[in-house]
Design a protein around this ligand. Structure first.
Ligand code: RIB
Ligand code: CA
Length: 315
């Protein structure tokens, strides 16, 4: 069976790290590269983190750095505080070896364009951070759209936000880029907070993964132990929500997530609801085309089975 070609565009970040881990080894997926963007942390930090994750897990793919700010507006200040990434590295909890993996010299936007155009089969884009790189790539080279089969992104929410009352962080951080993506005409699968908040990495999950005893489980346990503490301090939760890995779990086994087609519009008005994903949940309020498959439920048990299976693929 042909592997599904993907590019993971991310802002590591603890949950992004687990998404990279899952995407790199699964037999259904071919990870063509990792691109980084400012989000949980400044660009130099998210990029360094992506390199460290790939080196620790011996993932031999290009890592390309992208935008260090939004397409239009300045990036939000103090974002790492609001979503619980309080630490200085964005990956506190785990000690990496001295970094020797080199950054690919191509800009993330150029890597996305070049890789998609050169591919002999369609490519799935998997953004798990602000959408700045993808938004720029679409505007710079619209021809990539005909070779993108789907955009499976972590972002948005049809209930309450996590950066403002209205907006989820990834969308808010570059709402104009999100507008470009949601209006580009290619299918968008939106993993919003509505379901990612169900992927809570409870202590029982950490203990389950600790039994696997390989480099991937070591990374998972160290990162999640820290992430759980920081999220408990910030939000009082018993387990940190593993937002980004839901995208990869969907690619591996879409039956773990229920989706509903609906029209979604991004608020770019700069007002109190800026960055809101306005989802026409009942498809009654607008006559606009259903541009997104919004995720409305997660099979939590199946999700953690997928995560565990991915970690077992490492030696
Ligand atoms: O709102 C949660 C999202 O913002 C996650 O992708 C997290 O990693 C941050 O990028
Ligand atoms: Ca992320």
């Amino acid at each position: 069976m042909d592997k599904r070609k993907i590019i993971l565009d991310c802002d590591p970040g603890h949950d992004d790290a687990i998404a990279i881990l899952m995407a790199a080894r699964h037999p259904k997926l071919e990870l063509l590269g990792v691109t980084t963007v400012r989000g949980n942390q400044p660009l130099n930090v998210t990029t360094n983190n992506a390199l460290n994750i790939c080196q620790w897990l011996n993932i031999d793919v290009p890592v390309c750095a992208g935008l260090d700010r939004g397409m239009v507006r300045p990036s939000p200040i103090g974002e790492s505080i609001m979503i619980g990434e309080r630490d200085g590295s964005g990956l506190d909890g785990h000690t990496f070896d001295p970094l020797t993996k080199k950054l690919d010299s191509r800009h993330a936007v150029d890597f996305i364009i070049e890789t998609v155009l050169d591919s002999d089969t369609p490519v799935t884009l998997v953004p798990t951070g602000p959408l700045s790189n993808l938004g720029m790539a679409i505007r710079k080279e619209p021809r990539i759209l005909e070779k993108i089969d789907e955009i499976v992104l972590m972002g948005g929410v049809y209930q309450h936000g996590n950066f403002t009352p209205a907006a989820e962080f990834n969308i808010y951080a570059d709402a104009e880029a999100a507008y470009v993506v949601f209006t580009c005409g290619r299918p968008v699968v939106m993993m919003g907070l509505d379901i990612t908040r169900k992927a809570l990495c409870l202590p029982s999950v950490v203990n389950r993964i600790a039994k696997i005893e390989n480099r991937a489980s070591q990374l998972f346990v160290n990162l999640m132990s820290f992430f759980n503490r920081s999220q408990k301090n910030t939000f009082g939760w018993e387990g940190a929500p593993l937002h980004d890995p839901t995208c990869v779990a969907y690619l591996i086994d879409p039956t773990c997530i229920e989706t509903k087609e609906m029209y979604t519009e991004i608020d770019i008005t700069g007002g109190p609801s800026h960055g809101r994903t306005n989802c026409d949940f009942f498809n009654l309020m607008t006559d606009k085309p259903r541009n997104s498959k919004v995720c409305i439920n997660l099979d939590v048990a199946k999700f953690w089975d997928i995560v565990e299976d991915c970690i077992k693929l490492y030696n």
